[in-house]
Design a protein around this ligand. Structure first.
Ligand code: SF4
Ligand code: SF4
Length: 608
């Protein structure tokens, strides 16, 4: 009788579970296939670190993350116990009296204690503390799930106290079993589906941050226009979101009071998919305005503990808008510049030639030079940044490095790519690749982190591979034993560029250089691999600052830098430098901004 009742209950709850899961699986299967299994080694180690060890969850919020990890580890540890009890309940086999099962039960008691501790903490946090990342509404379903988990642990612990075969023990067994079944039925329609999906989502997450495969124009790909264009990984992502809000609180746009909230983007995707709105335009699902507020800093997908990738959705939707001529006006001017003059400012190439001549640069010759220096748009045309490059040239010459530049360069295409103008990006990239192939450098040196990402990662998608190194990394190694510094110490702060710290993971080299050359670094909040963006990325260097919603991102960052008490801010990206100098000027501050190369060179040769 008991066995029959359990079979009936299991089939009812399993049916409810399967029906809801099937709906989601169907939506994933119907989406254009974007799953990839390249770099299996990297994926496997990330799975161990982020799923099994829960490192990403713990890293950002150590205590809360640890409490969550207790629940997760308990969930895994109890798997065998639940299976054994279910096999008994279904009358298949009774292993509950086996010696190993008693030992296993005993071993589970510390896990039960840890899960109880974790779930009580998470319940209090969600119901009473209510951090902003979790949203204004208390999720009733989360509270119910917390009660379920607490009940499961309590009923498990009671099995050690209750007399076997007694009424209390039977009631306790049934409560435990029914709560598990109800939990199972509740999972698919809730954010707790991440329990099932997140290991898969983490494994399938691209090994490249901000991975944007090229559009294939021969296949008439134009980017994401409607809900049905979302790729299978994005659809899986939408059902995996645990609504923790880590992406939200780390997003510089959200932090500066803009409408963009990466968590909302994922939840809106989920809502549109479940509502069957396949033909709905993504510009309506998210609002066009929001799509253009993203700086592509990568903080959202880098912080997400369950492997969700926001940038393929955000930039994919931008591509859809740009291909229909719906990009904002300020981008139109930048696109014109790229089209007519192949650089973001639309300046004549004679200015680059003048700089090449005044800096006494040679044209790169693979037989003669150790390294090719890539100037980039800023290096070719921005007078301030050219001073920084001259500092780098001086260091290279002092160390005896032979270097040259291309006779002509086009913009690497980053501003076109990240704003969705894929056609223009591919034109620029292909032209540069042809020139680079003809010149044949083994190593390219640049001071622009966006050039590192685009030439180093994005050009690989055209089959062109070259080592491209940021100046902070190259000069750190070069000067390690060759140059002595002026010994006076100075308090400075360092702003990690998103495309250097987060995308390339280069955070130690600029600090090692600074410290070696006399800097006592006063670290700013949001530093190293998780910096707060300067606000320039994703084409936002060109937007109308006066029309910007909320506070300017650069102003928020400048205040954070000021709060360190250092009067010198060292930067390592031409665009960070432009944005932060602008913020400093608006605040009428006397803070000094110095590029890393200028700082190092100044310690070798007294500043003028
Ligand atoms: S990439 Fe940066 S700006 Fe864009 S949504 Fe993510 S966190 Fe926000
Ligand atoms: S997308 Fe990731 S980080 Fe953002 S709320 Fe969902 S699970 Fe959390």
């Amino acid at each position: 009788m008991q066995t029959l009742a359990f079979w009936i209950l299991l089939l009812i709850f399993l049916g409810a579970f399967a029906a809801q899961v099937a709906r989601r699986v169907q939506l994933i299967a119907a989406a254009p296939q974007t799953f990839s299994l390249d770099n299996l080694g990297v994926r496997t180690s990330r799975f161990v670190v982020d799923v099994l060890l829960q490192w990403r969850t713990i890293q950002e919020r150590p205590f809360t993350g640890l409490m969550h990890a207790f629940v997760f580890w308990g969930f895994v540890a109890f798997g065998g116990y639940t299976l054994t009890e279910f096999l008994y309940g279904l009358g298949i086999v009774d292993l509950t009296h086996a010696g190993w099962f008693h030992a296993y039960r005993l071993a589970l008691t510390p896990f039960a204690g840890a899960v109880l501790l974790g779930i009580v903490y998470l319940f209090i946090r969600r119901a009473f503390v209510r951090p902003v990342a979790l949203g204004p509404k208390v999720s009733i379903e989360s509270l119910v799930i917390a009660l379920f988990i607490a009940t499961l642990m309590t009923t498990f612990l009671l099995t050690f106290r209750l007399e076997e075969g007694g009424v209390a023990e039977r009631v306790n067994w049934w409560v435990h079993a029914i709560v598990i079944l109800a939990f199972m039925a509740l999972i698919p329609a809730s954010k707790h589906l991440h329990l099932v999906l997140s290991p898969v989502t983490v494994f399938l997450k691209s090994t490249e941050l901000g991975n944007l495969p090229n559009l294939d124009f021969e296949k008439e790909q134009v980017g994401l226009e409607t809900v049905k264009d979302l790729g299978s990984k994005s659809v899986l992502d939408a059902f995996t979101c645990v609504e923790c809000g880590r992406c939200q609180v780390n997003c510089p746009a959200w932090g500066a009071g803009k409408e963009l909230n990466p968590k909302t983007i994922i939840l809106q995707t989920q809502g549109a998919l479940l509502a069957g709105e396949r033909e709905r335009k993504l510009g309506e699902v998210y609002s066009e305005k929001v799509l253009w507020q993203c700086t592509t800093c990568g903080a959202c997908e880098n912080q997400c503990p369950v492997g969700i990738e926001h940038l393929p959705i955000l930039i994919g939707a931008r591509r859809g808008l740009a291909s229909n001529g719906d990009a904002p006006e300020y981008l139109g001017a930048m696109y014109n510049n790229l089209e007519r003059r192949s650089n973001i400012w639309g300046l004549g190439y004679d200015q680059r030639t003048k700089f090449v001549t005044s800096a006494e640069l040679e044209i790169f010759d693979a037989a003669k030079h150790d390294v090719m220096v890539w100037l980039g748009c800023a290096g070719s045309f921005d007078a301030d940044f050219q001073k920084s490059l001259k500092s780098m040239f001086a260091i290279l010459r002092t160390c005896g490095v032979k270097f040259g530049v291309l006779s002509k360069e086009k913009c690497n295409g980053d501003p076109a790519k990240r704003t969705g103008n894929e056609y223009m990006y591919q034109e620029l990239a292909n032209a540069n690749i042809a020139d680079l192939k003809a010149a044949g450098p083994k190593t390219i040196l640049t001071s622009c982190p966006h050039c590192v990402k685009t030439i180093g990662d994005d050009y690989k998608k055209f089959g062109y591979e070259v080592e491209i190194v940021h100046s902070s990394v190259y000069i750190e190694e070069l000067t390690r034993e060759k140059l002595a510094a002026d010994t006076s110490r100075e308090k400075v702060t360092f702003h990690d560029p998103c495309y250097l710290g987060r995308y390339a993971g280069k955070v130690d080299e600029p600090r090692a250089l600074l410290e070696r050359f006399g800097a006592d670094i006063s670290e700013v909040e949001r530093n190293r691999e998780n910096p707060y963006c300067c606000g320039a990325g994703g084409g936002l260097l060109f937007n109308d600052k006066e029309e910007e919603q909320g506070t300017r991102i650069s102003d928020v960052r400048f205040k954070q830098l000021q709060a360190t008490g250092a009067n010198t801010v060292v930067t390592a990206c031409p665009f960070c430098s432009i944005m932060l100098k602008g913020a400093g000027a608006s605040a009428q501050s006397d803070t000094q901004f110095v590029d890393l190369m200028t700082y190092v060179n100044g310690k070798l040769q007294p500043r003028a």
